[in-house]
Design a protein around this ligand. Structure first.
Ligand code: PGA
Length: 422
């Protein structure tokens, strides 16, 4: 039974306000949650409620969403008993009553959903990842994807692509994976600051990756391959693979072309570029390679590269189980990013992962560019056994908190396997 529900306004990693939600249950169990926030937003994401009052936090305040938690949502949930997370989340969806959660705010709803899950796990006396694990699934430690270079909307450098990640597939366990990530990140920082000249290495992007004054994707890929080698690892799926996050909606111009490093590319040109990049470099995965409404391009790309490259939909799916299901039918993409705040409840995020699993699609549980110290997504990745995880660089507190949570889980639960799973 819910006895306490309250929200407060805290800061995220970009100095913007967000919600901290606390839930108390009869018997004393308590759960907290910090709500993340994105920049490169999919058009189909559930709506994050902001105050738009220019006199507070540059219009970014969330006092309205907080008043919804402390008022209407608390009134509706107070004293109620929920048998499981799904029924609580359904009550939140029903209470909001809109298809995009724009009335009460997806930031309000996901905060409550996450905090209730934590409180329920505490009452049960088990770790959060165990509470989140669906019955038919074997929990496992995911392969972390560390952002080492930031660009696009996440950084003030000339790089059009949003993120370059390294993924230690060949690591034997989480401890080794984290070590590989930190060693390569550290070495890359030295390169960017040292012999390569000063490429603005002191500057980091929103995800904690370096934001060098470089613009050519191939130039960065060459440097990454060299750095992985020098750090003593094998570039590629047997060692440390490279993953891209293009966030193609942000580089799409009104005429439908994509702007990459000063060049205007058609969808076909960009697909040709990906063909070349994935042949020349150990790039095993590309997230949002094309814009969310470029479905013809997506289908062509999936036909051409889907057999050997992970093509991950983020803005394309907005963690929405129905949108993933539709893409499966159309033969678009072969993996989805899972960001619980895009869809507004924990249950919907778990459903999205289940849809991926049944379709043979990969699922990558992920952070947002605006994060708090909350580590919920680490537990979600382990409990759902999704196999793939990204939380930014192995640096900056709000990112490191998630990786450290994975390390803690790994150290305490040697029964959990490490790896990408399906
Ligand atoms: P976003 O990006 O939170 O700005 O959408 C984060 C990511 O996809 O890594």
């Amino acid at each position: 039974r819910i006895t306490v529900l309250r929200a407060d306004e805290i800061l995220d990693s970009r100095a913007r306000p967000t919600l901290s939600v606390t839930v108390g249950l009869a018997g004393g169990a308590v759960g907290h949650a910090g709500v993340p926030s994105g920049t490169s937003l999919g058009r189909r994401e559930a709506v994050e409620l902001r105050d738009h009052d220019p006199t507070r936090f540059l219009g970014q305040g969330v006092s309205l969403a907080i008043s919804h938690v402390n008022g209407e949502i608390a009134d509706a949930l107070h004293g109620r008993d929920f048998t499981d997370q799904a029924s609580l989340d359904q009550a939140l969806i029903d209470l909001d009553g809109t298809p995009d959660m724009s009335r009460l705010g997806a930031n309000a709803l996901i905060g409550v959903s996450m905090a209730v899950a934590r409180a329920a796990a505490a009452r049960w006396g088990r770790p959060l990842w165990e509470y989140l694990a669906p019955e038919s699934v074997t929990p496992a430690l995911p392969v972390p994807h560390f952002t080492v270079v930031d660009g696009g909307l996440h950084a003030a450098n000339p790089l059009d692509l949003q993120g370059f990640m390294i993924a230690p597939f060949g690591a034997r366990n989480m401890t080794q994976a984290v070590r590989a990530g930190a060693e390569i990140y550290g070495r890359l920082g030295r390169h960017l600051a040292g012999a390569e000249g000063s490429h603005g290495v002191a500057r980091l992007g929103d995800e904690g990756g370096f934001a060098p004054d470089l613009s050519g994707p191939e130039e960065i890929l060459r440097l990454l391959v060299r750095t992985i080698h020098e750090a003593g690892y094998q570039p590629g799926r047997d060692g440390v693979a490279i993953a891209l996050d293009v966030a193609a909606d942000a580089i799409r111009r009104p005429d439908g072309r994509y702007l990459v490093n000063g060049e205007k590319l058609t969808s076909e040109d960009l697909i040709a570029r990906y063909r070349q990049i994935t042949a020349d470099f150990p790039v095993y995965s590309i997230e949002d390679p094309l814009a969310e409404d470029d479905r013809t391009g997506w289908a062509q790309l999936t036909r051409e590269l889907g057999g050997r490259v992970r093509l991950v939909g983020d803005d394309l799916f907005a963690t929405n189980p129905a949108l993933i299901g539709r893409a499966v039918d159309e033969g678009i993409a072969n993996a989805a990013v899972i960001k619980p705040n895009q869809v507004g409840t924990v249950t919907e995020a778990l459903r999205a992962i289940a849809v991926c699993r049944h379709a043979g699609y990969g699922a990558m549980v992920a952070h947002r560019s605006g994060e708090t110290e909350d580590t919920f997504i680490a537990d979600l990745a382990v409990g759902s056994g999704c196999g793939l995880f990204k939380a930014g660089a192995p640096a900056r507190g709000e990112r490191v908190a998630k990786y450290n949570r994975l390390t803690h889980i790994a150290c305490r639960h040697s029964e959990l396997d490490y790896g990408p799973g399906q």
